[in-house]
Design a protein around this ligand. Structure first.
Ligand SMILES: Cc1cc2nc3c(=O)[nH]c(=O)nc-3n(C[C@H](O)[C@H](O)[C@H](O)COP(=O)(O)O)c2cc1C
Length: 398
């Protein structure tokens, strides 16, 4: 898909500004997310600013290679779409994101709380990893995973870093239980202040339905978002045996997302996972958790030769991707960056964001004199003293 020149945005920050203008306040607020004081959500981004580069001036490589693989899928740049359970941003939702990712040659994680059925999303991009939360116990989870397998999912992402922390110092958006006539009327003034967003939905002749179709059997509408959320809150959290059970049941490529400690990374390896993402859920879980990039080096040291180590949290530029890869990540996953793009310009906006990241990776490789993302090393990054955090390292054990 090509985008008219006047719609092109040159940075993720501009996409965010545009998303803010286009989305109703409550929908924009849901994308900002974060918890408590927002310490982690800002550290995720700010920490990348503490890392430096020392570029060469002559002798750069004429061509730079970015292709790699993640969980068996070939991707054209080390950036994967992270799963986000966001509703109402765009009528095409995850299908638009999947098309954009496919057009730019990369893979996508699809949230259990997504607004589109997995079968439709896979039709747009077969490089799809289905994300599950520990919700409803083993039988219910097995049924969801089997549906994903039948649909052709290339891998599973299991996200367990969620502690149901809700308060935000800047206030949480008021998200309705469901979109009945009463809520539509209540939200009408908010919608009318965002005519472009309203028109997109008006054209579909359906308001956002706030249901989660992948929490039910194929072909069913699925429960309302908050119903599923309540059930999740009531489900006892998984044990490491549960993770090993699910890994065994799935049998294919399997990522545990949200690892921030070295001891957990080792347990994940013991449970048989093929990949982990060093992550704090984009700062939406326990506030005061350090930035994911600070925790990455120690985890790479501990398990980097046994599983694929990815990172997500705070990626806004191609240079951030290069910093993460130099510090040992195989690839990164992005959340808000593509959500801003989706809100701003739909599929073309997500492609725009991926193009920004690709351009930034290319510039950084050129400056650093590296012909490939595979040649990056920690020496390519200036890491200030005290930057990293080795969490969960037992000094008494080797
Ligand atoms: C609005 C929003 C919804 C999210 N929903 C999910 C989800 O359903 N499942 C999941 O595994 N992670 C979810 N995440 C976390 C992202 O996958 C990812 O870890 C995070 O956004 C990365 O940080 P970034 O936004 O700074 O890139 C969500 C994040 C945001 C911002």
């Amino acid at each position: 898909m090509t985008m008219a020149r006047d719609k092109w945005f040159e940075t993720v920050s501009i996409a965010q500004e545009r998303a803010k203008k286009r989305l109703p306040k409550s929908v924009y607020g849901a994308l900002i997310a974060g918890s408590e004081k927002g310490l982690t959500v800002s550290d995720n981004v700010e920490a990348f600013g503490e890392l430096g580069f020392a570029p060469h001036v002559v002798g750069g490589p004429a061509k730079r290679d970015m292709a790699t693989t993640v969980m068996g899928q070939e991707i054209s740049l080390p950036v994967v779409i992270s799963p986000t359970g966001v509703q109402a941003v765009h009528p095409d939702g995850e299908v638009a994101v999947a098309r954009a990712a496919a057009a730019r040659g990369t893979a996508m994680g699809l949230s259990s709380f997504a607004s589109k059925p997995i079968e439709e999303v896979i039709a747009a991009n077969p490089k799809l990893f289905f994300q599950v939360y520990w919700l409803g116990g083993r039988d219910a989870i097995a049924a969801r995973v089997e549906r994903a397998r039948e649909a052709g999912a290339a891998g599973l992402i299991v996200t367990t870093d969620w502690s149901f922390s809700h308060g935000r110092d800047w206030g949480s958006p008021k998200i309705p239980e469901s979109m009945n006539l009463r809520t539509i009327l209540r939200m009408l003034p908010e919608g009318l202040s965002r005519p472009r967003w309203m028109m997109q939905w008006a054209k579909t002749l359906r308001p956002p339905n706030l249901r989660v179709p992948n929490q039910a059997a194929r072909g069913e509408a699925g429960p309302p978002f908050f119903h599923a959320y309540g059930e999740w809150m009531g489900t006892p959290p998984p044990t490491w045996d549960d993770i090993a059970w699910l890994r065994e049941l799935w049998g294919g490529p399997f990522m545990l997302k949200g690892v921030i400690r070295v001891d957990d990374a080792k347990r994940a390896v013991d449970a048989g996972v093929s990949a982990i993402s060093v992550s704090n859920h984009g700062g939406n879980n326990l506030d005061s958790t350090p930035a994911a990039i600070r925790a990455l080096p120690a985890i790479v040291d501990a398990v980097g030769d046994q599983v694929e180590v990815l990172l997500d949290g705070g990626i806004r530029r191609g240079s951030d991707v290069v910093k993460a890869v130099a510090l040992g990540a195989r690839a990164v996953m992005i959340g808000r960056a593509y959500l801003w793009g989706l809100a701003a310009e739909g599929q073309a906006g997500v492609e725009n964001v991926l193009d920004i990241l690709r351009g930034g990776i290319d510039s950084a490789l050129l400056g650093l004199g590296r012909a490939s993302v595979h040649d990056l090393t920690p020496d390519d990054v200036v890491v200030p003293p005290g930057f990293t955090r080795a969490l969960g390292v037992d000094p008494t054990r080797p």
